[in-house]
Ligand binder design. Structure first.
Ligand SMILES: CC(C)(COP(=O)(O)OP(=O)(O)OC[C@H]1O[C@@H](n2cnc3c(N)ncnc32)[C@H](O)[C@@H]1OP(=O)(O)O)[C@@H](O)C(=O)NCCC(=O)NCCS
Length: 275
């Protein structure tokens, strides 16, 4: 008999829940959320500080105040009266290439550049050990290609931070925990090559996450999911705050809306109404 569904993630039987084979009750209280997110995404529990690194990513992405497209979207939807989960989902929908989703394209580039990319569903290979000048050469090729195509490099630049504090801290942690290996080094080298070409766009949190997750041998196709998980926390808090602290119906004042269409004009007469 063929199954309606098959899954390698979690097995549930009466009075028993096993995530990737591990009893969830045993994981509770002994493993961090970062460990379990890593387990779900990679298939294995961390053997070193991978779970702590994931946890740091989740903290880094948890919130960035109201002036982010996802948060604004969630709060606007909440102000219309939508339920908490619907408003939070509106914020999640807003995460994409320009905000909170740039790590996907960058992680893909990094994994291709280092030859670690794997087919969907398989883990990327371990990164090759490369000397600094080889990392720099590959970074230069990526930057030259992007500049020639007039493309912005995902994972670089930020409307507020010239030095993203989340990136700085993630880099320090990765270095301390022996997880600053070729993909994150390549991200930093790309930043260096951009600066050298007069385009100083610092590595933002998406860029750092792309490097770290690639170094953790996670498929670039799932990288954006880590930001979804992280930012869900902030979005829920914002939606709640919106509903308890602000008046309903959030909208810009009319003075801030500029109309650019034609001026008033008569509707032309027609012999055939509705045509
Ligand atoms: C996030 C982003 C929209 C912020 O943009 P911003 O701070 O408003 O910066 P601007 O759009 O005013 O750009 C300023 C200059 O930096 C350059 N720049 C900014 N980000 C760049 C990038 N990622 N790659 C190449 N050049 C970049 C712009 O081309 C511009 O140069 P110019 O003045 O010569 O045209 C922008 O950096 C970007 O598109 N980054 C890539 C997407 C990304 O990583 N998003 C996640 C954000 S956390």
């Amino acid at each position: 008999m063929t199954s309606f569904w098959s899954t390698a993630l979690t097995q549930v039987r009466p009075n028993e829940i096993r995530v990737r084979g591990y009893d969830v009750a045993e994981l509770m209280g002994s493993r961090s959320f970062g460990d379990v997110v890593y387990l779900l995404m990679s298939g294995e529990l961390p053997s070193g500080r991978e779970g702590a690194m994931v946890e740091a990513i989740l903290v880094a992405g948890a919130d960035h105040s109201v002036a982010a497209p996802s948060t604004a979207a969630a709060r606007l939807v909440a102000s219309g009266g939508a339920p908490l989960q619907a408003a939070a989902a509106a914020g999640i929908i807003a995460l994409d290439a320009h905000h909170g989703g740039a790590m996907e394209a960058l992680a893909c580039m990094l994994q291709e550049a280092l030859g670690t990319a794997a087919p969907p569903g398989e883990r990327p290979g371990p990164a090759p050990k490369l000397p600094d000048d080889e990392i720099r050469r590959r970074a230069a090729a990526i930057v030259d290609e992007a500049l020639a195509a007039r493309r912005r490099l995902p994972g670089f630049g930020h409307p507020v931070h010239k030095r993203d504090p989340r990136t700085e801290r993630l880099r320090v942690l990765a270095q301390e925990w022996g997880l600053y290996v070729p993909h994150f080094r390549l991200v930093d080298a790309i930043g260096g090559e951009m600066a050298a070409r007069g385009k100083p766009a610092a590595v933002n949190v998406d860029g750092a996450i792309a490097g770290i997750l690639s170094d953790l041998r996670l498929d670039w196709r799932i990288s954006r999911g880590f930001y979804v998980i992280a930012r869900a926390a902030g979005l829920v808090a914002h939606v709640y705050e919106q509903s308890v602290r602000e008046k309903p119906f959030k909208a810009p004042s009319w003075s801030e809306i500029e109309y650019l269409g034609p001026g008033p004009r008569p509707v032309p007469c027609t012999d055939e109404p509705g045509r």
